[in-house]
Ligand binder design. Structure first.
Ligand SMILES: [Fe+2]
Length: 135
């Protein structure tokens, strides 16, 4: 059973953002699957590293969009991104020190992603659609 399933309530209508969000769902599910079989080791490290890298890339994309359209809540949105990345870095460091990773780490990411897309992301997408052409 995947940790997160895509459905239309996560759809922003911005093609690139939706594609990246879907890939993030996949990355979270991959992490969940690797944690299902073991709580440390290469599979977990690999899936957490991929999630970290892809999340960083995705945040860069969103922050660029928001900067380009002078989005008034950019700072707060970027701060939310930065908080998550900090949490990811802590998890990577703990794993590197040999600390086993709990299954609920994937549940945390799944919850964060759903909540962030439906709230914080939808807010900038509404602003984008109201003020600029759809990408
Ligand atoms: Fe975001």
């Amino acid at each position: 059973m995947p940790e997160v399933l895509w459905n239309s309530r996560f759809e922003t209508g911005v093609t690139l953002v939706d594609a990246q969000h879907k890939s993030l769902f996949d990355a979270v599910n991959r992490l969940a699957a690797s944690l299902g079989s073991e709580s440390m080791g290469d599979g977990v490290k690999e899936s957490l590293d991929f999630l970290a890298k892809y999340t960083q890339e995705h945040f860069k994309t969103e922050e660029l969009f928001m900067r380009e359209m002078a989005y008034p809540d950019l700072a707060a949105h970027a701060a939310e991104h930065a908080r998550l990345m900090k949490r990811v870095r802590v998890l990577q460091a703990r794993l590197a020190q040999g600390e086993p990773m709990a299954r609920d780490v994937a549940t945390f990411f799944a919850g964060w992603l759903k909540h962030h897309i439906c709230g914080t992301d939808m807010a900038y997408v509404r602003f984008m659609k109201a003020n600029y052409q759809k990408r």
